[in-house]
Write a protein that binds this ligand. Sequence first.
Ligand SMILES: [Zn+2]
Length: 66
Amino acid sequence: MKNNEIRIKTCPKCGKIYSGVPALSRTDNSTLICPDCGTRESLESIGVKADEQEQILETIHRFMQP
Ligand SMILES: [Zn+2]
């Protein structure tokens, strides 16, 4: 069953190994990056500073824990 396949990918942006749905990079609209980098890019695009981005990601991770 292909649907149950867990795909492990490496993010070209941060080098992190991740599984799940990738995000499309805003920089070239064709590179697939990890969801974290996708969040970082969208936060950056609205003017959120790097340290604030990490704080927001931390919060997102906390909520996504099973
Ligand atoms: Zn990444």
